[in-house]
Design a protein. Structure first.
Length: 617
């Protein structure tokens, strides 16, 4: 029996069990020779068993396939009673989990994910390899919606003899198997395309064409004889060409199915349409994706216009200006004034500066904005623009006149670092979130109102001001009445994980949170839930580095997150589905802010730059 710490081939050390299935276990391991983390697939073997032969065949097949959409094999071998395959470690989640969390995907996203899968499968077919088990669980979705086709354990190589068989059922997953597989006939390239048609049907509608909650014989017969329902009857608004492609792929006769080239051509045509719709109004969730396939490596932005488009939502992000700090230092915080004309920045070396949001010119610098010359981590304007609050490492919050930039008051008595500042919608109450406490102040008179017992970390108001949501050191969300100081029952969203970031949607329903990661798969995770109940939270993946900033668009339609690897993901705020990724480069993203009209997104980075993206709707 293998355990964490076991070393294979005197090289690969097993760390954490990632999963267990019919073909063995998958562990996260470490290759000290090349200094990288790997995935190690293990199987306990019996002499001359069919599963062992298939396990070995998988390593041979993958070693001969070289495509960015197919899992890379680094090594394989045997130790004691085990055979193992060493593969690249993938960060993200499989499509099955994605569909379980998000439900049906947008039409542009279905086109994009399918296009990538067709490319990878076509490459395998060119080498004579038929996968025979294409399904959402074997399609791994990484950051930026990059797809990897996994698990070639039951793949068939054309032209080989001595086919691996057993007395058991035909290899495959019945819900996704082609008619010829259910009939025990030879599988070829168009067998995989039938399975891909089933996957597309599920991505579009959220259900399978033939239900699995029925006897196996009945399910097999339906795949062989019954016509699938039209996807458009289950989800209105599906483009006719997209629905036709799915139904063509689900043809009973393999000869009547389009091949990989024909399928790719239809998808490419669909991907070029600027007006490719998302869900019908009031029906299903919107989702993501730009024009065609997302670039694998984001290009480095320049000062020239650099558009990123999401045809489904009609949304365009164009890089209009990059502001740099002459004194250097990381951007710690950003805030727009209520009129949209002023952008306030806090740099680790340059302090707090008020800029003209249109030209980027410095209008004023605040002396000691954080108190004692310390770094400012939080900025907030009152709704009417009369007050600017700054706070950070000095445990002092300063209130500045929003029109004259003169210092009005200092709020003292805080413990630790101030991590968030937010005015209530009426402008009277200021919530100061710190790593040791949360305090409420009257923002006009600078009078201390109350401390919230047990509340720590960031704090955000609901749009009506009746609710204040705070984080906690034990991965909890706590909901308070800012008038009485009474707390509702806390909700645990990430046990033992500290809540680092919070953002509240302007619709009063959604709230997004980021917690300190407790395991590698938690890195870059954004949690989306109902602000009123704290329930129904969903795990939003896509980032591979720690998330450093969150921001909702002022109209409540968009949620933007930026990570320490330089990736900025724009999502649908309701569903959490990715819409597009902004090419921010490799610098850490530390701050995000929307202008009040939603027309500009400011992105602050660790190199001191602030990138201003114009958004279109």
């Amino acid at each position: 029996m293998v355990t964490a710490g076991t070393t294979l081939a005197d090289r690969y050390t097993l760390g954490r069990l990632l999963g267990r299935g019919g073909m063995g276990e998958v562990w996260q391991g470490r290759d000290p020779v090349l200094g990288r983390d790997v995935a190690v697939k293990l199987m306990r073997v019996a002499r001359e068993s069919v599963p062992e032969q298939r396990f070995g065949r998988e390593a041979e097949i993958l070693a001969g396939l070289h495509h960015p959409g197919i899992t890379v094999v680094h090594d394989a071998g045997r130790q004691d009673a085990y055979r193992f395959i060493v593969m690249e470690l993938l960060i993200g989640q499989d499509l099955a989990h994605l569909l379980a969390e998000q439900g049906p995907l947008s039409f542009p996203r279905v086109v994009d994910l399918t296009s990538q899968t067709v490319d990878a499968v076509a490459a395998a077919h060119q080498h004579g390899v038929v996968h025979r088990d294409l399904k959402p669980a074997n399609l791994f979705v990484q950051a930026g919606d990059r797809v990897k086709v996994c698990d070639f354990g039951i793949a068939r190589v054309a032209g080989t003899t001595g086919t691996l068989t057993s007395d058991g059922p035909v290899p495959g997953t019945p819900a996704y198997m082609s008619p010829e597989q259910h009939q025990g006939k030879t599988a070829d390239a168009r067998t995989d395309l039938y399975s891909l048609g089933v996957v597309m049907f599920e991505m579009l509608t959220g259900i399978l064409p033939f239900p699995v909650d029925q006897p196996l014989y009945a399910l097999m017969r339906q795949h062989v004889e019954a016509a699938p329902p039209r996807p458009g009857t289950l989800r209105p608004g599906i483009p006719r060409e997209l629905e036709r492609l799915v139904l063509d792929l689900l043809a009973k006769d393999p000869a009547k199915r389009p091949d990989s080239r024909e399928t790719a051509a239809v998808l490419a045509e669909l991907a070029t349409r600027d007006a490719l719709p998302t869900a019908a109004a009031g029906s299903l969730r919107d989702s993501r994706q730009g024009r065609g396939r997302r670039p694998r490596t984001p290009p480095t932005p320049t000062l020239a216009a650099h558009p990123a488009r999401n045809p489904g939502a009609g949304r365009v992000f164009e890089l209009r200006r990059t502001l740099t700090s002459a004194t250097g230092g990381a951007v710690d915080a950003l805030a727009f004034g209520p009129d949209g004309r002023t952008l306030v920045t806090s740099h680790s070396l340059a302090g707090v500066r008020l800029l003209d949001a249109r030209t980027g010119s410095v209008r004023h610098e605040l002396a000691g904005g954080g108190g004692g010359g310390s770094r400012v981590h939080a900025l907030a304007f009152s709704p009417d623009g009369s007050t600017l609050a700054t706070g950070g490492e000095g445990a002092v919050v300063r209130l500045w006149d929003g029109r004259t930039d003169a210092l009005r008051a200092q709020l003292t008595g805080h413990s630790g670092t101030v991590v968030s500042l937010e005015f209530a919608p009426d402008g009277r109450t200021l919530a100061v979130g710190g790593d040791a406490q949360v305090r409420l102040w009257d923002g006009r008179t600078a009078k201390h109102l109350m401390d919230l017992p047990g509340a720590t970390g960031p704090a955000v108001f609901s749009p009506d001001g009746r609710l204040l949501v705070t984080g906690g050191g034990e991965g909890q969300l706590r909901r308070w009445s800012p008038r009485s100081g009474k707390s509702h029952r806390p909700r645990s969203i990430r046990p033992n994980g500290r809540v680092r970031l919070l953002a509240a949607g302007p619709d009063g329903h959604g709230i997004a949170a980021v917690c300190s990661p407790l395991a590698p798969e938690d890195k870059g995770l954004v949690l989306l839930m109902d602000a009123r109940t704290g329930r129904g939270h969903r795990r939003l993946t896509g980032h591979t580095e720690d998330v450093g900033a969150l921001a909702y668009g002022p109209d409540g339609r968009l949620l933007v997150s930026g990570d320490h690897g330089g990736t900025v993901i724009v999502r649908d705020a309701r569903s959490g589905a990715q819409l597009l990724i902004l090419p921010e480069g490799s610098e850490q993203v530390r701050a995000l802010a929307f202008s009040p009209d939603g027309g500009t997104l400011a992105v602050g980075c660790s190199d001191g730059s602030v990138r201003l993206w114009a958004t279109g709707g």
